[in-house]
Design a protein around this ligand. Sequence first.
Ligand code: CTP
Length: 409
Amino acid sequence: MAVSALKDKKIIVGVCGSIAAYKTAMLVRLLVKKGAQVKVIMTDAAQTFISALTLATLSKNEVYSRFERNEGGAWNNHVDLGLWADALLIAPASANTLSKMAQGSCDNLLLATYLSARCAVLAAPAMDLDMWQHPSTQRNIDRLQKDGVQLIQPDNGELASGLQGVGRLAEPETIVQALEVFFIPPKPLPFTGKKILITAGPTYENLDPVRFIGNYSSGKMGIALADAAAAQGAKVLLVLGPTALAPTHEQVQVVRVHSAAQMLEACTRQFPDSDIAVMAAAVADYTPKEVSERKIKKGEGEGLVIELVKTADILKTLGQQKQPHQVLVGFALETHDAQANGFKKLHSKNADAIVLNSMQDSGAGFQHDTNKITILLNDHSIQEFPLKSKKEVALDILTTCAELMRQKQ
Ligand code: CTP
């Protein structure tokens, strides 16, 4: 059985006066079974619902309820208790105690411990439906959440009063689970500290001051990739061709470009510093040999011939400059022999992966919010994915990037 995140954690369980206090016996037992060290503090009212002896026996520790220890002048130091704990869990939290916590009152040991605790505080309220719904209770809850107290929501069901509704103490298993989740350390983001260069959108190749050769790419796929990579901790530089769309994540730095030549320039400047580069832009393969300074007038003849020259292949250029630790990913859109052509591109451009966009499936490709991809890898393996939202596709591509990055480390 996996070790619980609660193992060796020091938990103070604060018990208030509520009929639900009987559930605390099970709660304490479950916490101890998970390996937690448990100390219980009870309010006076709590002791009319459950005995200190029960909780002392289950927690394997003496139960605290008063400041003074005995008539000799010794006392229970609430500051020490607060500093000992990794978490203070108040369950059941009565309306009265929640109100006093919100006010900063300090007329019993539990409240004094709450005020001096530096650890996380979780509260699992229990009370009757109308007390729970009362604006003053809700105001107190709101105040406490703003103060950093984590609320374990009460359940909906039959209440001790016979009423039906919200107010039942959450089940001990649910409370333990909330506490466990709290102690599970957050997973480090896969791209923390990594720089990712992404291209997206079309390029426009000017013919004259008012016309250009372009394509229908919206930039959605590359923008989704940029947002998702930033959300996973990457420092993202997005080289974005002409599109009305923009990324939303604030950690994405955008360099707007117009033509293939400008995109090449931005990419070759940024690539040496990047850990990963994903070329999702639909780059023009050809650009007019000459750009007319004046608007091209309609001539006498029936046709117009415009001479085009090849643009530099950005992916291939970066592939030639790629260092062993860098991951380079390209895209490909093929109408026939998709995988064979995709593998040719993968090798000729020295990429680590080619994301093959489907031309066959409705809902995939240019302008759509969905995409269907196949990823071709250098070891000749093929990863096929179903039709998904571009946001989900972005996550799949980034998972592959993270794996390729891991293999190169
Ligand atoms: N690409 C690029 N620079 C170009 C053309 C394409 O970097 N001038 C990149 C694209 O961003 C994409 C990959 O190359 O990642 C494949 O693009 P695609 O247009 O499918 O392939 P091409 O090599 O241009 O071949 P073709 O158009 O003949 O299929």
